[in-house]
Design a protein around this ligand. Structure first.
Ligand code: OAD
Length: 262
């Protein structure tokens, strides 16, 4: 794991800034971790924007992840989400997910704010997770915007599922481009971000709003910002500590140090 100090720009696994992070965590009352697709990459779930392997390098989001795409071709959109559900079904949380769940035992309060829809944080044991972009496993009515259990849905002639109340197609309960985020989740995310002592930015390219603004709000409110990502992002410049590595390696190391491993 290589670590770069934002103050001196030197790389060192034992740089004092690491100690300053550990001391911050030891005295922190509230910790927030904003996560993105990178945290699930080591589970085998592709990210969105990594060149070559990212989903948006292979697929056109305007054809698959917008309300217009669903109105145009609901079957195609469903095929894409059924594929992603199958992919998720075959994966497990990785060391990064487990380490975040373990970190919660070392601080009074840890809230995970995730842009991921895969539910892997919860599966790893994180109990306070704010899902900004919905959840891949849930369905909702495309007209009434209410969650519908699959067992109660009506099959349609086209091989899709319909709302038992109004007959509109069911759709995955995820946020598509051009749609608003779930209001409660977003409001809570802003409150938690502006009240925390340490704010982790993990595995996100930091280019999708409003999630990308949360670290800036946190910083303005006085939080200590820590980025964990193998690549530079637009948020690297405002981070107090940048840990250039994979979350599945860096997070367990942080927990090990917190537990007094060195
Ligand atoms: P991106 O694909 O934009 O960014 C993934 C980030 O993870 C990149 O910065 C990678 O460098 C980093 N990364 C890759 N492997 C990693 C690892 N092992 N450990 C840590 N970091 C790693 O994904 P998001 O930022 O999550 O929205 O994308 C945000 C939103 O854009 C998604 O929620 C999705 C997408 O369009 C919707 O679908 C609404």
């Amino acid at each position: 794991m290589s670590q770069i100090c934002q103050m001196c720009q030197k790389e060192s696994p034992n740089h004092p800034i690491t100690q300053s992070l550990i001391s911050r965590l030891r005295s922190a009352q509230r910790v927030v971790a904003l996560t993105g697709a990178g945290v699930s990459a080591e589970s085998g779930i592709p990210t969105f924007r990594d060149a070559q392997t990212g989903l948006w390098a292979k697929y056109d989001p305007t054809q698959l992840a917008t309300p217009e795409a669903f109105a145009r071709n609901p079957k195609l959109v469903w095929e894409w989400y059924e594929w992603r559900r199958a992919l998720r079904h075959d994966t497990q949380p990785n060391a990064g997910h487990y380490a975040l769940a373990a970190l919660a035992k070392h601080v009074p309060r840890l809230v995970v704010i995730t842009q991921n829809i895969d539910g892997l944080h919860q599966l790893a044991g994180s109990t306070d997770v704010i899902e900004l972009h919905g959840n891949l496993q849930r369905n909702k009515c495309s007209r009434e915007n209410i969650v519908i259990e699959r067992a109660t849905a009506r099959p349609t002639a086209e091989g899709l599922l319909a709302c038992p109340r109004c007959g509109a197609y069911l759709r995955p309960d995820v946020v598509w481009f051009g749609e608003a985020l779930p209001r409660d989740a977003l409001e809570r995310a802003f409150v938690e971000s502006t009240q925390c002592d340490v704010f982790f930015i993990i595995g996100t390219s930091g280019v999708v709003e409003p999630a990308a603004s949360l670290p800036r709000y946190a910083k303005r409110a006085g939080a200590f910002l820590v980025e964990i990502n193998p690549e530079e992002t637009p948020l690297s410049a405002i981070a107090d500590v940048v840990l250039r590595g994979k979350s599945g390696e860096v997070l367990p190391e942080i927990v090990r140090r917190l537990e007094g491993g060195d």
